[in-house]
Design a protein around this ligand. Structure first.
Ligand code: HEC
Length: 168
């Protein structure tokens, strides 16, 4: 059931309240209609998985929570919005969720990212991330996934496993 406010006196709280009274099923519909399908709906194991399934499952399914890839900044903003929507977790859980999303559901800025961003989004060591930046400095921007596979020390399987997430 969708409530439409037609009168001239639409109160300021209406958009938030309308979302809050949506049924969970409808909410999942709304979200899946506006976002592309999850690239990796399998919830890889790791720190933060339990926190995400706990904190992000109440209003919409956890699949909707990871229904699209975002940058770390966009994830930070989304988490702020979900806290405002009423999602509840400890500080530790929120931090773990952000790291988990960054590691598994974030866009990887292969040309613009610094070593720190590459290490967290690709889930590789600092040394490997430095090697990517060094290779980029020496050879110019990456233009394709195959370029990345030439970086010394970067496992091609790591690249293939994240092929949907690279931003060139
Ligand atoms: C208290 C209810 C509630 C909880 C718990 C909740 N959400 Fe949401 N979520 C919403 C509502 C309402 C919407 C649709 C309106 C909006 O975007 O704020 C939504 C939409 C979304 C969307 C799609 C819109 C967007 O901003 O991309 C994502 C992604 C999302 N939630 C992620 C999460 C994550 C991650 C968590 C766990 C940290 C979470 N949600 C927990 C209520 C909740």
């Amino acid at each position: 059931m969708m409530i439409l406010w037609r009168g001239p006196f639409r109160p300021a709280w209406f958009p938030r309240a309308s979302a809050a009274v949506c049924g969970a099923a409808l909410l999942t519909c709304m979200i899946s209609a506006q976002t592309p399908p999850a690239k990796n709906p399998t919830f890889p194991d790791g720190p933060g998985k339990a926190a995400l399934l706990k904190v992000c499952s109440d209003c919409h399914g956890p699949e909707s929570a990871v229904g699209q890839l975002k940058t770390r900044d966009e994830w930070t903003k989304t988490l702020d919005e979900m806290a405002a929507n009423g999602a509840q977790g400890t500080d530790e859980e929120w931090n773990q969720i952000l790291e988990y999303l960054d590691k598994n559901y974030s866009l990887i800025p292969v040309n613009k990212g610094d070593a720190k961003q590459l290490a967290s989004t690709l889930d590789v060591s600092a040394a490997t991330a430095e090697a990517i930046v060094k290779y980029r400095d020496e050879h110019g921007s990456f233009t394709a996934i195959d370029d990345l596979k030439k970086v010394p020390g970067l496992d091609p399987a790591t690249v293939d496993a994240r092929r949907d997430r690279f931003v060139f």
